[in-house]
Design a protein around this ligand. Structure first.
Ligand SMILES: [Zn+2]
Ligand SMILES: [Zn+2]
Length: 387
């Protein structure tokens, strides 16, 4: 199904399209112009490698940025420990935070996301019911077995993943049923090291300002020649100018921390709502189908209940009848809508049952059967059932 048009046309979708398609095409065209068409085959192979194959490029980028930032921190910030505002405790905390970040990263990289094999496919199928809204029984054309509900075939990892969230190129691994907790831990650890680093650098600057007695500093205005007390803004600029690398590192840590914090909150909201990133796109698609009036719900009406209902006034509201029928929902594709009369009610004849159809007008009318409530959802993410 893939990302919905709302996602594709939104700012994140456009940025994603620019980074993953347009930018790569620009680089490819530039490369062809500079190196000639001879090299274009190499260029195309590289593009396929970066975009369509499982590769450790972003994983190496992450490790380089993390390790580079840590080395810079030890070179520029460590000499200021312990400082006026930073006690000796931080000298023990910093190595622990660094170790925790690397450990959570490698755990997320190397953990099994919940690979579905011929051995465990039956167990995986029993784990979640099909809701016939966003998941229905379908065979995986690559693995050649029934795709369990909530699973997805990852074309990069070349396997079906149980309760698949997404393929994360930063860890070069899929995020699924079994490693979602490690992925959340990795996000938390990265946010923590970024914010902790920014916090330490902020107080190092305060310590330098205190040492230099900047609060009592005076400057002479070039225009007027009058001596005035230095403002906080001027003091901050002066300090960043004095410690440029440290200042840049602090700003970088803060910005990266903010971006990952937003993504971490998004991931937590998905868990809270009992869904995954893969399913969130499917829900958006479903909402678009509802808005365009193409989703119909058919509730199974058994023979006995059908007779009872017919005795009563047929013009009754469907919502009244709904409570007396078994609550089984069916998605009817648009081509079968001819069964539905202008009143929005139909009698489509099934084998042992008759169905009453009505158009779904809002996403709130459909229930997410995978939502087990706040506690249940977090329990499933942090302590998943064995596969
Ligand atoms: Zn598959
Ligand atoms: Zn994958």
């Amino acid at each position: 199904m893939g990302p919905s048009s709302r996602f594709r046309n939104g700012p994140i979708g456009k940025l994603n399209h620019f980074l993953t398609i347009t930018l790569i095409e620009w680089i490819g065209n530039f490369y062809r112009r500079v190196c000639g068409n001879r090299s274009s085959a190499t260029c195309d192979r590289l593009c396929v490698y970066f975009m369509e194959e499982k590769n450790p490029v972003l994983l190496i980028v992450y490790l380089t940025l993390l390790t580079g930032s840590i080395l810079l921190f030890f070179l520029t910030a460590w000499p200021h420990f312990p400082g006026h505002y930073l006690s000796q405790v931080h000298m023990y905390l910093v190595p622990i935070v660094i170790f925790f970040t690397y450990a959570s990263f490698f755990t997320a990289c190397m953990s099994d996301p919940g690979q579905i094999t011929r051995e465990n496919v039956i167990k995986a199928c029993k784990m979640f019911d099909y809701d016939f809204l966003i998941f229905e029984p379908r065979e995986c054309k690559t693995c050649l077995f029934l795709k369990p509900a909530r699973s997805k075939h990852c074309s990069l990892c070349k396997m079906c993943v149980a309760k698949c969230d997404h393929h994360c190129s930063w860890i070069n691994n899929c995020v699924g049923l079994k490693n979602h907790r490690y992925f959340l831990l990795f996000l938390y650890a990265t946010v923590q090291i970024c914010f902790y680093g920014a916090y330490l650098i902020y107080y190092i600057f305060w310590g330098i300002a205190k040492k230099m007695n900047l609060s009592d500093a005076w400057i002479t205005s070039i225009q007027t020649g009058i001596r005035v007390r230095i403002s906080t803004y001027q003091a901050a600029l002066f300090l960043i100018h004095q410690e440029r690398v440290l200042g840049a590192l602090g700003i970088f840590a803060l910005l990266v921390g903010l971006v990952i914090f937003i993504f971490f909150c998004y991931q937590l909201s998905l868990v809270y709502n009992g869904t995954t990133a893969n399913e969130a796109f499917k829900w958006e698609e479903l909402e678009e189908i509802i808005i365009s009036g193409e989703l119909w719900v058919f509730e199974k009406d058994t023979e006995e209940e059908s007779k009872k209902r017919k005795k009563k006034n047929k013009s009754k509201e469907i919502s009244e009848v709904k409570g007396k029928t078994t609550a089984v929902y069916w998605i009817q594709p648009a081509k079968r809508r001819k069964n539905v009369s202008s009143e929005g009610e139909s009698e489509a004849i099934g084998e042992n049952s008759k169905q009453i159809g009505r158009q779904v007008k809002s996403i709130s009318e459909v229930r997410n059967i995978y939502d087990k409530g706040l506690w249940g959802n977090f329990k499933e993410a942090l302590s998943p059932p064995s596969l």
